[in-house]
Design a protein around this ligand. Structure first.
Ligand code: ATP
Ligand code: MG
Length: 758
């Protein structure tokens, strides 16, 4: 069945080819954006399975996002055929760790059904602990401290990765009495997770490290481990990588130090050099051609990253033509910025004829909170969009409620989830009562579920302290609603026989809760949209089940000294997928579905590319972010955003910041020194420019007539959507803005009407 050699290696350049077929045990590919690192890694996986003969189930591939994993799996599938890609152990580090823990976690004392506390859960838990114990801590900082602690703790096997906090290695802002509070908070936090049978993101990795140290046979089949976006691995992931590969010590990593943007989550660029030190025979391969972007976009981006004096220098040459100059534009306010950006999307889209669809446009934001104006402008223009990373779908109240129901069904001792849904839809159980019940649970060392059950059974033994208030409210008519919810959960938890049982169960739950009514009652103005979200969530579950045709966890190998768990339950896997995907993606990636503009955080856009990219709000305080600790990392973040663009790149900046108090902004210091290289208006999109774009994208340009047939409509559009902004014009007249852009792009066109707004 194996493909002819040339089809895998087709079109690769010599360095890429060498990387694909290298027979060194450890291979490190270190190269800039768009140089084909991911492309090469994908080809290497195909090569290893098809030509070296590794079984797919013996190959581990770690990607940084769930979306990247899905894309890579898809590409490998096309090359391998026979659905063999489904047998690969391919996913993010977190999902790989989860799979091993689901299959073998009981060997390190994990409960069979553990749940995952996602970032929001962890944050909420820390907040509650700080409040309850009156710890004078910033919950956000405390959460970060705990996370760092866990990430560090696992690095050294001689130090227990446990609650007993040791002195931090680096000077810590929280010393003295603060440190003590942090440790208390950590201890409480960990106790709570353990009691509720929850693992947070860090635990997934740390516990998997523990598992693989104690039971190496779990991975005795693994031939090789390959890692994309290696520059963003942290200490625990480094250990995990080595442990996964412990049998044969074959590791391939690809990465780019200039794109390390997760230092705030303990990622360590040093892991790049650590690997080279620990495996001195590593085959180091550099890729030097950039296949993604036009020359002017690449030059502009390099000018930004080269401001970092300490960076590791690499070569990166464009293979494409010069293309259109990047745009840097200042506008009066965030809302005029959003309107301008949307007008550019419309203009470029219309002028490109059929060459570009809305899928080809992305708006990349430093922080999710910047999306409001853009969403509203897109909405006004009737352009559909999808939100990726940081915001969106899973954060919506109605979806969170449903997820909480599913979590309680999976795991009734999840106190937090149960407390959140106990009165949604309204059952007349007040927050005071919920607090009392939680307190009762905490003091009597029971789960909230057990406390409920106890009350429902009417058994109140002397050991349990119950506040007068709860006592009164429960005897005063709350027994019924408590019983109802218990019954509801118990009935829903009937095991889902067929995989589609999950979807049926969700439907049953929605009916029982009368959820649509509930939304109508609580969200009078937008209940329809919310109900649509709920339907979308059910569809997502159906899609998930459909994709499960090869049961993921079953792909784990037989292990001689451990009996194999055949975990076929769908719900825990769906929930794990939801919590791990919550970072990345809203849902459908269907190629067939209608084209939509992408709004993404820069963090979630890593590794991806789009023909046209907008990076709004490039002002000081947004990027670099006011709260960021490391300016170099912020610069790399901007570099990552800019290097996502293939043919058109737009940076923009409002004169006043988006935070509402009308502060005047300053252009980002990363952009200030290079602004002369940019245009200050939308580029001319005449025929020659369009042809260059088509060449980079290797697409067909529609013939001239059809491109420009929309011209009357375009003119109309320009008249209405590019109003002269008097304030910006005045500011510009004062000389504040007009030196922003460089000279105009080429000689005046004979088609001035095709230019963007001046
Ligand atoms: P990033 O650092 O942003 O993750 P990368 O190095 O992983 O980038 P890829 O995403 O693999 O780069 O490749 C960038 C683009 O270049 C993709 O569209 C890919 O298909 C294309 N590409 C890579 N190698 C070649 C090649 N040899 N010939 C033509 N196109 C290529
Ligand atoms: Mg990549």
């Amino acid at each position: 069945q194996s493909k002819p050699l040339h089809s895998i290696l087709d079109g690769l350049n010599p360095a890429q080819r060498r990387a694909v077929v290298s027979d060194a045990a450890t291979v490190a590919i270190l190269a800039g954006p768009g140089s084909g690192k991911t492309h090469t890694l994908t080809a290497r996986v195909v090569w290893l399975v098809d030509h070296v003969g590794f079984r797919p189930e013996d190959v581990i591939v770690a990607t940084f996002t769930v979306k990247a994993a899905r894309e890579m799996k898809h590409r490998i599938g096309r090359a391998l055929g026979n659905g063999r890609e489904k047998r690969l152990i391919l996913g993010t580090f977190h999902s790989i760790a989860r799979r091993y823990l689901a299959a073998y976690g009981r060997y390190i004392g994990l409960a069979q059904r553990f749940g995952i506390a996602d970032d929001a859960d962890s944050r909420a838990l820390v907040e509650r602990i700080c409040k309850r114990l009156q710890l004078p801590l910033d919950p956000r900082a405390a959460r970060a401290w705990i996370s760092k602690k866990k990430a560090k703790g696992a690095e050294d096997p001689s130090k227990p990765a446990s609650k007993t906090a040791s002195k931090p290695a680096r000077p810590d802002p929280h010393t003295g009495p603060g440190l003590k509070d942090l440790e208390t908070c950590y201890q409480e936090y960990q106790d709570h997770l353990e009691k509720s049978n929850l693992l947070d993101y860090d635990d997934l990795l740390v516990r998997c490290v523990e598992l693989l140290r104690k039971h190496p046979s779990c991975v005795s089949n693994i031939q090789i481990v390959l890692i994309d976006e290696y520059q963003d691995t942290n200490g625990v992931q480094y250990d995990l990588m080595k442990l996964l590969a412990q049998r044969h010590q074959r590791i391939t990593t690809v990465g780019d130090p200039d794109q390390s943007i997760y230092g705030w989550r303990s990622a360590e660029i040093r892991n790049l050099w650590k690997m080279l030190r620990e495996f001195p025979k590593t085959d180091e391969i550099a890729l030097e051609e950039n296949y993604r972007s036009s020359q002017s976009i690449l030059d502009f981006s390099l000018q930004v990253i080269q401001q970092d004096q300490k960076r590791y220098q690499k070569k990166l040459k464009p293979v494409h033509n010069r293309g259109s100059r990047p745009v840097l534009r200042r506008l009066k306010s965030p809302s005029t910025e959003a309107d301008w950006l949307v007008s550019e999307i419309r203009r470029v889209h219309a002028l490109s004829g059929t060459m570009l669809t809305h899928n080809d446009f992305a708006i990349l934001l430093r922080s999710a909170s910047l999306s409001r104006h853009i969403e509203s402008s897109l909405g006004k223009a009737g352009i559909a969009y999808r939100m990726v990373g940081g915001f969106k779908f899973y954060d919506r109240a109605e979806i969170k409620t449903l997820i909480d129901y599913l979590r309680v069904i999976q795991q009734p001792e999840n106190n937090d989830a149960l407390a959140r849904i106990i009165n949604v839809p309204r059952r007349g159980i007040g927050t005071g009562t919920i607090k009392d019940l939680l307190e009762e649970a905490e003091t009597s060392k029971l789960s909230l579920w057990d406390v409920l059950s106890k009350h429902c059974r009417g058994d109140r033994n002397a050991k349990t302290r119950i506040t007068k208030h709860a006592e009164q409210s429960i005897s005063g008519g709350l027994l019924r609603p408590l019983e109802d919810i218990r019954k509801l959960i118990r009935e829903a938890a009937v095991p889902d026989a067929a995989p589609f049982g999950l979807v049926q169960m969700m439907e049953r739950l929605l009916t029982k809760l009368d959820f649509q009514k509930h939304l109508e009652k609580v969200h009078a103005e937008d209940h329809e949209g919310r109900w649509a979200n709920v339907r979308e969530f059910v569809n997502l579950a159906a899609d998930f089940v459909r994709e499960l045709d090869v049961a993921e966890d079953d792909a784990l190998p037989e292990i001689d000294d451990l009996e194999q768990t055949k975990e076929v339950e769908v719900l825990p896997r769906f929930l794990a997928n939801v919590s791990l995907a919550a970072d990345a993606q809203t849902g459908d990636d269907d190629q067939e579905s209608k084209p939509v503009v992408t709004i993404s955080t820069i963090h979630a856009a890593k590794g991806l590319e789009w023909p046209v990219v907008f990076v709004p709000a490039v002002y000081n305080g947004s990027i670099p972010h006011a709260r960021a600790e490391d300016d170099d990392e912020e610069r790399r973040l901007l570099y990552v955003a800019m290097t996502r663009a293939q043919t058109l790149l737009y940076l923009s900046c409002p004169l006043f910041s988006a935070n509402g108090n009308g502060e005047r902004t300053e252009l980002s210091p990363f952009v200030e020194p290079v602004k002369g290289a940019a245009l200050n208006k939308g580029p001319c999109l005449d025929r020659p420019v369009m042809e260059e774009i088509a060449k980079i994208l290797r697409r067909k340009l529609p013939d001239e007539d059809s491109i420009y047939q929309d011209l009357p409509a375009m003119l109309h559009l320009e008249d209405n959507l590019f109003p002269v902004d008097p304030e910006a014009a005045r500011a510009e007249a004062k000389g504040g803005l007009n030196r922003m852009g460089g000279p105009s792009d080429g000689p005046p066109s004979k088609r001035p009407r095709l230019y963007g707004p001046a």
